[in-house]
Design a protein around this ligand. Structure first.
Ligand code: NAD
Ligand code: APR
Length: 233
């Protein structure tokens, strides 16, 4: 049955084969660093240099990784699909953009963006950030922070996402453990609005039984095949 409006939620698993660490897999980021030391507003208030160091390292890592065939398949879907395609990513890397996706929302923010906590000005940042940096808009020093949604903060673009979930007839979750809300609840919201739902993941997740269609395997195998199916339907 051809679909007309697709919402695709991606998580760390779609970037894993590009060499970007996931969070909760074996050896994932949260097994090496306690998220309460680097991914909360309290951590930033307590030790901003520590938090800057954590994100500077991950930002530098972006220079050594490339989009993989799963990112490229989603960009192809956006270009060739007759209906609408929206990618909502929890990822803070820039691999979807570099693969060519344009209808894309970063609900947890972006590693390549920072903002001033004094005047709110956002800007791009591809290098290191320190507490000595100053805001080019208001001139304040030490007020710049990574433009990342931390634990306890509200994600970005929620109105647009909710609206898309109400409209879509296909919801696909790719490479996310479904551990973090509100993203983890999107499948139920889409289903409540009559959408068909699919999960493409390497491992079982807490939400497998919520999906109509569960496909087990690596994103680089599953996603190109899934896109072929959608384009051929
Ligand atoms: P949450 O309760 O939604 O998720 C907390 C998650 O962190 C749980 O899955 C838990 O398993 C995990 N966790 C907690 N302590 C941990 C530890 N020491 N090591 C590894 N994992 C640990 O988080 P929240 O605070 O309710 O999130 C609120 C908002 O923050 C959400 O809207 C979410 O989108 C956002 N968020 C952003 C980030 C980020 O790093 N960008 C991370 C998580 C949540
Ligand atoms: N192909 C498909 N799925 C994969 C692959 C792969 N090659 N490798 C790993 N996965 C799956 C894992 O099975 C797991 O379910 O990707 C998921 C990664 O889960 P997490 O590490 O929890 O990452 P994610 O779901 O994106 O975390 C959500 O939590 O800490 C916050 O902000 C952070 O955005 C993140 C959010």
């Amino acid at each position: 049955m051809p679909f007309s409006s697709v919402v695709i939620l991606t998580g760390a698993g779609i970037s894993a084969e590009s060499g970007v660490d996931t969070f909760r897999d074996k050896g994932g980021i949260w097994s090496k660093v306690d998220l309460r030391d680097v991914a909360t507003p309290q951590a930033f208030a307590r030790d901003p240099e520590r938090v800057h160091g954590f994100y500077n390292e991950r930002r530098a890592g972006l220079k050594t990784v490339e989009p993989n065939v799963a990112h490229r398949a989603l960009a192809r879907l956006e270009q060739e699909f007759t209906g609408s395609v929206l990618v909502v990513t929890q990822n803070i890397d820039d691999l979807h953009e570099r693969a060519g996706s344009t209808n894309l929302l970063h609900m947890h923010g972006e590693l390549t963006k920072v903002f001033c906590t004094k005047c709110g000005t956002h800007r791009e940042e591809r290098g290191d950030l320190t507490t000595f940096d100053y805001c080019s808009h208001c001139g304040a020093t030490g007020t710049l922070r990574p433009d990342i949604v931390w634990f306890g903060e509200m994600p970005y673009h929620m109105d647009e996402i909710q609206e898309a979930l109400q409209r879509c007839d296909l919801f696909v979750a790719i490479g996310t453990s479904g551990s973090v809300y509100p993203a983890a609840g999107f499948v139920e919201e889409a289903q409540a609005n009559g959408a068909h739902t699919a999960e493409l993941n390497l491992e079982p997740t807490d939400h497998d039984n919520a999906f109509d269609d569960v496909r087990r395997g690596r994103a680089t195998e599953l996603v190109p095949a899934f896109v072929e199916e959608l384009l051929g339907a």
